[in-house]
Design a protein around this ligand. Structure first.
Ligand SMILES: [Zn+2]
Length: 315
């Protein structure tokens, strides 16, 4: 870490507030032979259109520290988080299929060896969060861990999704381990807890952990998506319990201890507005203990309006 920090100071990056401190202590440089470029995944036209409609999903973003051992390493529009521990690191989510090289470059820019990533966790099995996962798992050697009910969808590459059908496929992901509600994962001194928040997908998972910086320990929450964009909520034989599941999940997210809300889509929790405020000098701008609750409540309102329309037979 000292060497990297010296380099960071020498190049003045610290002055830009990009790298407050290197996360990896004394780890060897990455082995380029194990991370050689692979055949690029050919995205289907539907996926390319999806990205074209959401250019921030592949827009570069410099990595930066969120709090303590937690770092932002995703593109601008998709939350991908690196959580470091003494005995290895954890990545949460992986962007769209084309985001893997950007995420890997961001991880390396922090001085982290890709092979120190032991686990890649997933919030849910859609192409904008699991798309880069197969490539990242290959390049890091990490095990993919996901909500048990999303494992089949990850392994079939997003096909036969209860709401999207085959519209948004991604490279299939081998799931090494599944988690259920309340399960805790221990990696050295790091503990990550899985909270089942089904609805957006059947295995949609909210991840929580505690992160300390200068003895200030905060609850970090990567909130599972609670939206239902274009979803058929009534009479969907592929997901008959969808309404019950969503209603359960709003309550779960609203009641979590939550100091710094994070999300698979940063806009869900006004993340970039908070980051901008922090850059302007408000050191606590990322902290919002009401952030998870207000996201859950606004998602619940939108959901109820959508459900009322569908119950009334309106488009
Ligand atoms: Zn999704």
């Amino acid at each position: 870490m000292r060497l990297l920090m010296t380099a960071v100071l020498a190049t003045g990056l610290i002055a830009q507030g990009t790298y407050a401190q290197a996360p990896a202590a004394g780890r060897a440089a990455d082995d380029p032979a194990r991370t050689a470029p692979q055949e690029p995944f050919r995205m289907p036209a539907s996926e390319r259109k999806n990205i074209a409609d959401n250019p921030s999903w592949t827009a570069p973003q410099k990595p930066f520290r969120i709090h303590g051992n937690t770092w932002y390493v995703g593109p601008r529009g998709l939350g991908v988080f690196l959580v470091t521990a003494r005995t290895g690191d954890v990545l949460i989510d992986a962007g769209v299929p084309g985001d893997a090289p950007l995420i890997e470059a961001n991880i390396r820019a922090l001085g982290v060896n890709l092979h120190d990533i032991k686990w890649i966790l997933n919030t849910h099995a859609h192409s904008d969060h699991a798309g880069g996962m197969a490539r990242l798992a290959h390049d890091t050697g990490a095990k993919v861990i996901a909500g048990a009910a999303d494992a089949p969808l990850l392994e079939r590459g997003g096909e036969d999704d209860p709401e999207y059908g085959d519209r948004f496929p991604f490279p299939p992901v081998h799931v090494a381990r599944t988690v259920t509600d309340g399960e805790r994962l221990h990696l050295g001194d790091l503990v990550l807890t899985a909270h089942a928040t089904p609805g957006h997908t059947k295995g949609n998972t909210t991840w929580t952990w505690v992160s300390c910086e200068n003895k200030r320990c905060l609850h970090l929450v990567d909130v599972g998506s609670l939206s239902a964009p274009g979803f058929k909520l009534i009479g969907n034989p592929s997901y008959p319990n969808i309404v019950k599941d969503f209603e359960h999940s709003f309550g779960v997210v609203a009641s979590l201890p939550c100091d710094i809300p994070l999300a698979p889509h940063p806009g869900m929790v006004d993340f970039w507005a908070r980051v901008a405020k922090r850059q302007q000098g408000n050191a606590n701008a990322l902290i919002d203990p009401a952030g998870c609750r207000s996201y859950a409540e606004s998602a619940r309102k939108r959901f109820e309006a959508q459900l009322a329309k569908q119950r009334a037979g309106l488009p």
